[in-house]
Design a protein around this ligand. Structure first.
Ligand code: SF4
Length: 400
């Protein structure tokens, strides 16, 4: 870890509570599943819970812990997982595509329950999440692995490894995490860093416990979850940041080993449910930045989700299996933003470009700056009871 990274870590900690025990980072995990969040600088902090619970080890050498939800038993001890779009058929002794769900003698088990690989207090803005308690911090939680294989993943140290390959330091029950969040006086917990679908049972139980204890809940997801588990989860989730990685089937197939259609269905379901929704599009030069595709995506968002869903265009930096690709030119991000505004979207930001004017949020009515933001730091909020102080227009979001 270089000095710059260390200073950022210390800053994030101080901003969070000033109480976290800072220990050397064992991961280079960044915020946002699949690395689509705005900033890619933050090593995660592993902090000390007030009371560490030691879950029982399974007799299985894999360390599998609890029985998974959303699966069906098949012939010869095989199972069918119904949690995400992959719909894996898993034979006995094997794991699903996400590496985290394994078939132990005909029972599908979740291998990462109570086993976070990253826990840290970080700014809500960093999710990115701009219309949700701006200027606050939240307790961010991630485990290992993913159900996508994005070649550009900024969080590949977490997302493209199994739990056995990630150096884990602690075990935290849902109760431990809620106690930590309360002791740090953050208003929310966030499921992020890696795809939360692949630690669904853990996320669900933490969310239920957090809501019961008066905390808000956020998830940052690639959107590849199936309908029923999503609906069940949304009852306990206040806000979601979803990566819309491209508006192209080919991109999803060739770059992510995934599919676009389930993501679009997830976006619509979240919106219909009334859960607060924001979207991130990580712009990769030459891969998903074609103006016609950006326009089509924005038109779809406006038509299917409405113009008030914030859209974040985020800058790519070379990493993982796309190290030969150049960082996204700022002019490309600005062009994307112009297209989105032309298509009628109301809240369009540019991320991963610290100090850019479009880090901030603007009123779609009078164009006044309603939240002054430099990267993740909020210096001014010009909202009163959720309305623009300049023109009185109501701004959608969760403000208190
Ligand atoms: S959650 Fe994992 S095991 Fe289940 S369908 Fe998705 S990739 Fe397969």
């Amino acid at each position: 870890m270089n000095r710059r990274d260390l200073l950022r870590l210390v800053g994030a900690t101080a901003a969070g509570a000033g109480l976290l025990a800072l220990v050397p980072s064992f991961l280079r995990g960044k915020r946002g599943n699949g690395g689509d969040s705005q900033d890619k600088d933050g090593d995660t902090l592993q902090e000390e819970p007030e009371k560490v619970s030691q879950p029982e080890r399974s007799s299985s050498s894999t360390g599998a812990r609890i029985e998974a939800r959303y699966y069906r038993k098949g012939k010869n001890d095989s199972v069918h997982c119904d949690l995400c779009f992959h719909r894996c058929h898993v034979s006995s002794g094997s794991a699903g595509f996400c590496r985290n769900r394994i078939n132990v003698e005909g029972t599908l088990r979740n291998t990462v329950y109570n086993m976070p690989s990253a826990v840290a207090v970080e700014p809500t803005e960093k999710e990115p999440m701009h219309h949700f308690l701006p200027g606050t911090n939240m307790l961010c939680i991630g485990t290992a692995s993913c159900n996508f294989r994005c070649r550009f993943c900024h969080n590949w140290h977490l997302s493209q490894r199994s739990i056995e390959q990630v150096r884990r330091r602690r075990t935290h029950t849902p109760g431990d995490l809620v106690r930590i969040a309360k002791s740090r006086e953050v208003p929310a917990v966030s499921f992020t860093y890696n795809e939360p679908t692949v630690f669904y049972e853990y996320m669900y139980d933490v969310a239920v416990k957090a809501k019961k204890d008066g905390l808000r809940t956020i998830m940052h997801s690639n959107g590849g979850i199936e309908s029923q588990p999503l609906q069940d989860l949304l009852a306990h989730i206040d806000a979601a940041t979803i990566d819309l990685k491209a508006f192209s089937q080919e991109f999803y197939r060739n770059i992510c080993e995934a599919r676009l259609e389930p993501v679009l269905e997830t976006l619509k379901a979240i919106k219909e449910n009334g859960t607060w929704l924001e979207i991130v599009n990580l712009v990769l030069p030459g891969h998903n930045d074609e103006p016609a595709q950006i326009r089509e995506m924005c038109e779809w968002i406006r038509t299917e989700l409405g113009p008030d869903v914030p859209l974040h265009f985020s800058r790519f930096f070379p990493t993982y299996r796309m190290t030969s690709l150049s960082p996204t030119p700022v002019s490309t991000l600005e062009r994307c933003r112009t297209i989105a505004l032309e298509e009628g979207l109301h809240f369009v930001s540019i991320g991963n470009v610290p100090g850019h004017e479009a880090n901030s949020s603007f009123c779609p009515g009078c164009k006044a700056r309603i939240i002054h933001r430099v990267q993740y730091t909020v210096s001014e909020i010009n909202l009163k009871d959720g309305a623009c102080t300049s023109c009185g227009r109501q701004i959608p979001g969760i403000w208190k």
